[in-house]
Ligand binder design. Structure first.
Ligand SMILES: *Cc1c(COP(=O)(O)O)cnc(C)c1O
Length: 350
């Protein structure tokens, strides 16, 4: 048994997958009478089942983002990727999952859903990873999975690849590196480069943020082919809709436009950060590598409700540890950012 197989739940490793009509015939035919679909077309082809393996999307991901085809799988958003990884690796009722705090809440929620204990390790006051704290927690608690989000949500901070490699080396379970916001980071070094050396590392990407497809639901798993094979075997056969796959192909074919938007968001981020620092009620601004900024203010709830009254919604994160007074603001279009700045000036004056 390989190291990875030994980490997987036996019932999943040994299960016989559903074999769909699309799995059993992959050539081209004139007449498809194998999947009990409707013959009636005319609605973007959705009378036909989608490709279970998202092959065209994965070829495009290789071409545009350099993610090797045999190392990717597509989930119905990162949500499904996280859930499937937990189902594959965590023994319900006994394994534990380690997450830094504050971070994306979905790891903890999906751990609860899978009856895995959640072990929080606080970030340092600088909002950097507490590498030594994580290493000793790993030695003590032996988590089956460790989640690291870089750039982190809600801080926008990128962790060093050396720190991530060190934690992943120490962790004898799976280390998941969530790179949902990596497109917005300058000079980003992806943990994908670590997988060949340490096959227990898996990386998550998503088309929900920079690629503008939050409503289409495509999360990308980048991992050793052995993990990819089990993920594809265990997931729902038609987990990503035909409309979603086509939207992904269109977005990835227009990468230049997306990269231009990313440049605009970086400019907006820089401008907004400088603007926010000048406001008297803003106590701190975290330098962000994502498409949002986390700031600390005197009265987070007051600011949120004031902005809501102006038709602008931001996210109150002040109940998270280390984030007293924290609110998270997404970088919008130039026009949206201008409206936000105008409203904030009004807040000072009231
Ligand atoms: C938004 C976000 C995602 C994306 O989730 P999807 O299910 O792919 O839309 C993943 N991870 C983090 C940390 C996020 O903030």
């Amino acid at each position: 048994m390989t190291e990875l197989e030994a980490l997987m739940n036996r019932h999943i490793r040994e299960m016989v997958p559903y074999s769909s009509a699309r799995d059993e015939f992959s050539g081209h035919a004139d007449v498809y009478l194998d999947a009990n679909e409707s013959w009636r077309g005319g609605n973007d082809g959705v009378n036909r089942y989608p490709d279970p393996l998202c092959r065209a999307v994965r070829r495009k991901l290789e071409e545009v983002l350099g993610l090797p085809y045999d190392m990717t799988a597509i989930g119905n958003g990162s949500d499904e990727v996280i859930d499937m990884l937990m189902r594959i690796f965590c023994v319900p009722g006994s394994d534990c999952v380690m997450v830094e705090r504050p971070t994306y809440g979905e790891y903890g929620v999906l751990a609860s859903l899978n009856n895995a204990r959640v072990l929080d390790v606080p970030l340092l006051p600088t909002l950097q990873l507490d590498v030594e704290g994580m290493v000793s927690a790993i030695r003590e608690q032996k988590p089956k999975m460790v989640f690291i989000c870089s750039p982190n949500n809600p801080t926008g901070i990128v962790y060093s690849l050396e720190d991530i490699a060190r934690i992943a080396e120490e962790n004898k379970g799976i280390t998941v590196v969530d790179e949902a916001y990596c497109d917005f980071a300058e000079g980003f070094r992806s943990a994908c480069a670590l997988i060949r050396e340490n096959r227990r590392i898996v990386v998550m990407r998503t088309l929900s943020k920079a690629w503008g497809l939050a409503g289409a639901r495509l999360g990308v798993l980048v991992a050793d082919p052995e993990v990819i094979a089990v993920f594809n075997k265990a997931k729902a056969p038609y987990n990503v809709s035909r409309l979603g796959q086509e939207a992904a192909l269109r977005a990835l074919s227009d990468a230049d436009a997306v990269r231009e938007d990313i440049e605009g968001i970086r400019r907006g981020r820089k401008h907004l950060a400088a603007f926010l620092l000048l406001l008297p009620f803003v106590r701190w601004v975290i330098p962000s590598e994502a498409n949002f900024i986390l700031i600390g203010v005197d009265s987070p709830a007051g600011l949120c409700s004031y902005l809501a009254s102006k038709g602008i919604v931001i996210r109150n994160r002040s109940s998270e540890p280390l984030l007293e007074g924290g609110v998270r603001i997404t970088i919008g279009s130039a026009e949206e950012n201008r409206k936000l700045e105008e409203a904030l000036v009004g807040y000072v004056e009231t």
